[in-house]
Structures are given as C-alpha cells and as structure tokens.
Write a protein that binds this ligand. Structure first.
Ligand code: AMP
Ligand code: MG
Length: 351
C-alpha cells in the first residue's frame, strides 16, 4: 500500500485540506494524525473492520484497547453509559486536553475497539488539526499511538513514517507534538477514580476536581511486582525500549556524574558505543562522546517532548549502552519516570 503524506500548516488549518483524510476514515481506512500528546493512528472507532486494521498495522495485541477521540464533549453520551457527574466535571476542567476517561461502554462501540472490554476510553484532544479531522470525518476516531507496537510513541511525522509507511493510507504531518507523552488515563468505571497512566495531568491536578484520586499501584512501581497487574491492559506490555541497555542512576548530581563517568569510560574502553541521557543543568558534568540533553528541568515540557525522540535516536545512532539521570523531583516525574523505567526495563542504580 502506498502511504500518502500531507503537510498541514498549523497557522492556517483549512478543513478542505483534511477532506481526503476524512473520506479515508469514513470508508474504513487508516490515517495517522498529530495530537498535543503523540501522533495517533486513526480509524473509525465504530467500525470493527477499521479497528482490526489498526491492530494489524501496529502489530498490537488485540486485548490492548484503543482510545476513542471526540471533538464535542456531548458526544460522550453516544459512546458511554452511566456517566457519573465527575466525568462532566473533569471534562469541563481538562478538555480539550491530554486526559483520557474510562467509562462503561455504550452499545455503539464494538468490542474490537475496546480490546474485548465493557469499558471505553474517550479523549477530546486540544490539537486543532486533530479536532478539525474528527469533525471533518464525522467519525469518532479510535487512535492508539501511531508507532509499531513496543517502540517509543511517535512525536514527529518522521517517526510515524519510520514505523508505518506502506501499512496505512495517510499520514498528516503537523510538526512536533507539544507534550510528547501519552495522555493521563483516569478510570471512572469503578468505585473510586483511579489513574491508570500518568501523563501531563497529574494526581494533584485531578485532586483539584475530586478528592481521593489514586494512582494504580502498578504504574508507579519502581520495580515490577508480579502480584500487581496494571489495570490498563496496555501497561503490561514491554514498551519504549531501545536496542541498547539503559541504566537509570539516582542520587546527588555530583555522585551521579562520578558514577556515570566511570561506567562510560569502562564501556567506551570495551569498544561499545555509549551514551548519557541528561538535563541541561548537568550536561557539562559528563565525559562522554554521546550526550543526549533532554532540556532544562525548569522547563519540564521540553523534557517530555524530547524523551521519545531521544529514545528513537539512540537506535538510529547505534548506541549499545546508555546511562540516564533520574527525574524524580519534577512535577511531571510520574509521567516521565514511568516511561523511562519501562525503557530501562526497571534497571536502576542508587549512588
Ligand atoms: P495508546 O493510545 O497506544 O497509548 O494506547 C491506549 C492505552 O489506553 C492503552 O494503554 C490501553 O490499555 C488504555 N486503555 C484504552 N481503553 C481502555 C479501557 N477500556 N480500560 C483500561 N485502559 C484502557
Ligand atoms: Mg501506545
């Protein structure tokens, strides 16, 4: 299949330019598109054939459900049942934006879209291209991240091209994603609201609307525990890992640098391409040929938007051994460290 790539100018989004993409979606095809979190691989969420194609293109296990994207808050009613008051309050506060809500599924949503579950994940993105596309298509767009299953989520059209070219109908290039980490997922289908995936909207943010919002234990675990299974089916799968091995090093900045420099020197002497993932604040402390600076700790969104790009770049650059700083003290620490720990296979050293 030939994949058409179209560029959309964010300063001048015209719905005519998204007409062909809308037609592809209505007729059951697949279109990758930018959102403020990561690029999504979209298909008609109410068409079982389209969701099957999404799983096939990504090589995604069929029990890993998709998020359905809407452009108008009221459309929750067309997708979900027994909508609690809290859902409307959260929607008012955090939509459009990087929050996904899990609710009881309505009959219109096929189980192919929800990975066989009786619940449905819904998000109203703030990205203007995404919203224009949803409206133009007239569909509720089921869209997981537009990467091959297991690879880091795509934050640039180039990443989508790398993974899915030849497998889907169209890729809409809208430049880099602002946030660069997947949405925060909050489950409202149980007795208590539970955060199933940490993202840009944190527990403290949620608690401004409802008290007693907790993280699912599995998603904040520093080491995997076989007895705690993540409630979000997607969280159990291996994710984000580059080909090289990552070690996260925790401690005071000077101790971390001393430890990493020692290890880098050993690894380089052994002839292995070695890299350090760090922040602006510390980059001059490291003696290593390959420094991947995520940005300043004072500007956390630079760090989130760079992370997946760097994880991909490590493979492109053929890096075999990687040492990463920890980002434990940041507002977005849960979101960042959840991805970094998975990428590292939970391999952490305290110094
Ligand atoms: P992705 O957009 O690729 O990050 O994948 C969507 C994520 O949402 C996966 O991790 C799923 O496990 C999660 N998700 C989607 N629907 C549900 C649901 N009904 N219940 C729990 N988690 C869900
Ligand atoms: Mg994903």
């Amino acid at each position: 299949m030939e994949t058409k790539v179209i560029k959309i100018d964010r300063k001048n989004i015209r719905k005519e330019d998204l007409a062909e993409a809308g037609e592809i979606l209505r007729s059951g095809g697949l279109v990758a598109f930018p959102t403020e979190t990561v690029y999504g691989l979209g298909g008609d969420g109410l068409n079982p054939e389209a969701s099957k194609k999404i799983y096939a293109a990504k090589g995604r296990p069929s029990d890993n459900p998709l998020i359905v994207h809407i452009a108008d808050v009221k459309d929750i009613e067309k997708l979900a049942l027994e909508i609690p008051e809290l859902a409307w309050k959260l929607a008012e506060k955090f939509w459009p934006g990087p929050m996904t809500m899990i609710l009881k599924k309505g009959d219109a949503v096929p189980k192919t879209t929800t990975g066989g579950l009786d619940t449905v994940a819904i998000r109203l993105p703030s990205d203007e291209i995404a919203r224009t596309l949803i409206r133009e298509s007239g569909c509720f767009i089921a869209a997981p991240s537009a990467n091959s299953s297991g690879r880091p989520s795509p934050t640039k059209a180039e990443h989508v091209i790398e993974d899915l070219s030849g497998k889907i109908d169209m890729i809409i290039d809208g430049g880099s994603c602002d946030i660069g980490l997947e949405s925060s997922i909050i489950d409202l289908s149980g007795e208590k609201p539970l955060i199933l995936r940490p993202g840009f909207i944190t527990q403290e943010d949620f608690e401004t609307v409802a008290k007693g919002v907790e993280y699912d234990k599995a998603v904040i675990a520093k080491t995997p525990d076989k007895n705690i299974v993540a409630k979000a089916p997607g969280m159990k799968y291996r994710h984000y890992a580059p080909k090289g091995s990552i070690t996260i090093v925790e401690g005071e900045a000077t101790d971390v640098a001393r430890y990493i420099n020692e290890k880098v020197s050993e690894s380089e002497k052994a002839g292995v391409r070695t890299a350090v993932i760090c922040s602006d604040e510390n980059k001059d402390r490291y003696l290593c040929k390959n420094i991947y600076d995520l940005g300043s700790r004072k500007h956390e969104i630079d760090i989130t938007s760079a992370l997946f790009d760097v994880l991909r770049q490590l493979d492109t650059d053929g890096i075999g051994v990687i040492f990463a700083e920890s980002f434990d003290e940041l507002r977005l620490s849960q979101a960042i460290m959840n991805r970094l720990r998975k990428a590292a296979g939970y391999n952490t050293v305290k110094v």
